[in-house]
Design a protein around this ligand. Structure first.
Ligand code: ADP
Length: 153
């Protein structure tokens, strides 16, 4: 059987304990997970791509099944380029679901061979978002509870 390779796409600006939890729980499902740091020209990022990549690599440095790559353009095109079979996403709320449903259905219409798999957030992390973490950083607050150690040390 061919290898099951998932792409976990996102901005990861920065990676949070919510992302970390989804990745850890995705590990038994796949042979490899590629964290795909997307680049969207319309977005202003808080951390540079290099820093965002560094935080994720440091968080999973002991985990050979997780790799980090940057990409721009359509996620399904990136998946095809690297031979990924699945897209992994996390779900926190019904708002996430509506948003994710549309993306997954569009991706399926473009590339039916790539299946999207959702993991529902652990309740301990479902309130965490990178957006709020960035707001806290802006006002020099403490983000230690919300992000892996690599981001705040
Ligand atoms: P995007 O820029 O595509 O929204 P993010 O970096 O915010 O990317 O998120 C990437 C993925 O991680 C998305 O599927 C998102 O729903 C999921 N995610 C984000 N925060 C959490 C969390 N606290 N718990 C579970 N999943 C999460």
């Amino acid at each position: 059987m061919s290898k099951k390779i998932a792409v976990f796409p996102g901005s990861f600006d920065p990676i949070t304990k919510g992302h970390e939890n989804i990745l850890t729980r995705g590990l038994p499902l796949f042979d490899e997970i590629i964290v795909g740091i997307g680049h969207n020209t319309n977005k202003n990022y808080f951390f540079s791509q290099e820093r965002r990549e560094h935080f994720i690599k440091k968080t999973f440095e002991g985990e050979p099944k997780i790799k980090v790559m940057r990409y721009s353009g359509l996620t399904v095109e990136f998946c095809k380029e690297i031979g990924a079979t699945h897209i992994l996403r996390g779900l926190r709320t019904s708002a996430d679901f509506e948003f994710e449903r549309a993306i997954a259905q569009m991706n399926n219409a473009m590339a039916p061979q790539i299946e999207t798999i959702f993991i529902v957030s652990d309740p301990a992390f479902s309130h965490i978002s990178s957006t709020i973490v960035r707001d806290i950083l802006l006002y020099q607050g403490d983000i230690a509870k919300f992000v892996p150690a690599a981001v705040h040390v």
